[in-house]
Design a protein around this ligand. Structure first.
Ligand SMILES: Cc1cc2nc3c(=O)[nH]c(=O)nc-3n(C[C@H](O)[C@H](O)[C@H](O)COP(=O)(O)OP(=O)(O)OC[C@H]3O[C@@H](n4cnc5c(N)ncnc54)[C@H](O)[C@@H]3O)c2cc1C
Length: 370
């Protein structure tokens, strides 16, 4: 049971963060009002893990792999891990299942409308939607935050397609394939591939950059990769789904009333944009300490936050360094070391090993510059 003063909570935003937080709050005995339209976006959510996720994820697992691959300069680097796996979840089916679970909970009020305003005229927050107006003592806001000018933007366009060569092209995820034409000097682009089954793949063209580009540019990169790598057996009926996103890499600015949650509360790892694991950690902290404010605190260690800032600074100063940096991480680290870094589960000693593997001069410059 949570603290008596905090048994009544409103959450704005019914994306994966709003829904997961609502589920855990309701399970802890809180009365929750969840505000926001149903999030019907297709999302393939991937995470590094060394422990089992909640059981209610099970039916949404697309795959789990203990090997993954990088591609650069026409060579492939495969890493294998003994302790970690890379897991892909069907985020859309998870969101639908969470909505379904919450709809059966008597302590949950669901308003499927946008929040128009949220104010704090006195002790309580006032929330207005098109058809309702109510007050709440505790407000969590998971709407997308503003991106900081100091960070980078991750933009991607993914195409899930039938591909009869899928099992031959790759049996495991390709995290970064840099063997594609680059888009502009302010960014680094790569292809990311997840096997969806024996005969289908998700191919995402991804950009780490200072600004976004036309969506069609990324779509073309993904389509070209598919053309080059997949056979044309299903050419007229190949599309399964598309997904796209723009997520922050770096600090985010929260300017609303209430407390931030999800990406707005820094759940996205600064050097990668992965956020599901961060959100799960925030929820665990909340459950362990019965403290709602844990949902609004960064879930990452000070060591990884420091290293991420350095990474971002180096790549922001010179995006073309993204390719040698990530290739060096692929080549010099073991699968366990790489996954531990990605999962924020590493020691200073491991951190030093990573730094030793990277090009020295840009990192030294970033260290001494403001
Ligand atoms: C296609 C895609 C793939 C991704 N893949 C991964 C991955 O592999 N691994 C990973 O860790 N992360 C991944 N991410 C990052 C991803 O952003 C997060 O995991 C997740 O979406 C974060 O959820 P969130 O609820 O914090 O934010 P969001 O997903 O941004 O949700 C915010 C919600 O707020 C709602 N909203 C906006 N305005 C209002 C309003 N006025 N009133 C009410 N509601 C409002 C929106 O409708 C939305 O549902 C991916 C993102 C996308 C888009």
């Amino acid at each position: 049971m949570i603290d008596n003063s905090m048994t009544e909570v409103t959450i704005i935003g019914a994306g994966i963060s709003g829904l997961l937080i609502a589920r855990h709050l309701v399970d802890k005995g809180a009365s929750v009002t969840l505000v926001g339209p149903e999030d019907k976006r297709q999302q393939t959510l991937c995470t590094w893990r060394n422990m089992r996720p909640p059981e209610y994820y099970n039916e949404h697992v697309i795959g789990r792999w203990n090997t993954w691959q990088f591609g650069a300069n026409d060579t492939n680097i495969v890493q294998q891990s003994d302790s970690y796996w890379y897991e892909a979840l069907d985020g859309l089916s998870l969101k639908i299942a969470l909505e379904q679970y919450l709809s059966t909970q008597p302590r949950l009020t669901r308003i499927k409308e946008l929040a128009n305003t949220e104010k704090k005229p006195n002790q309580a927050f006032q929330i207005d939607t098109a058809s309702s107006s109510f007050t709440s003592l505790y407000l969590l806001d998971s709407r997308p935050p503003h991106f900081s000018a100091k960070g980078l933007i991750q933009q991607f366009y993914g195409i899930a397609t039938h591909c009869d060569q899928a099992h031959i092209i790759t049996k495991h995820p390709i995290l970064m394939d840099f063997n594609i034409p680059q888009i502009n000097p302010d960014s680094v682009a790569f292809i990311y591939v997840i096997p969806l089954g024996q005969e289908s793949v998700l191919v995402e063209a991804t950009l780490f950059g200072i600004s976004t580009v036309e969506e069609s540019i990324l779509k073309n990169l993904a389509q070209n990769w598919i053309k080059e790598n997949c056979s044309s057996k299903h050419v007229n009926n190949s599309l399964i789904f598309e997904e796209k996103g723009i997520i922050p890499m770096g600090p985010v600015a929260f300017t609303n009333n209430g407390k931030p949650a999800g990406i707005a509360a820094g759940s996205a790892r600064q050097s990668s944009g992965y956020s599901l694991r961060g959100l799960e950690r925030q929820i665990k902290q909340f459950e362990d300490f019965n403290d709602l404010t844990a949902l609004s605190h960064s879930p990452y260690s000070s060591l990884s936050t420091w290293m991420d800032k350095l990474f971002l600074k180096v790549i922001r100063n010179n995006p073309s360094l993204g390719k040698p940096i990530f290739s060096a991480m692929g080549q010099s680290l073991t699968g366990d070391q790489f996954a531990a870094f990605m999962a924020d589960d590493f020691s200073i000693k491991d951190g030093l090993k990573i730094i030793r593997a990277l090009p020295k001069i840009p990192f030294l410059r970033a260290l001494v510059s403001k």
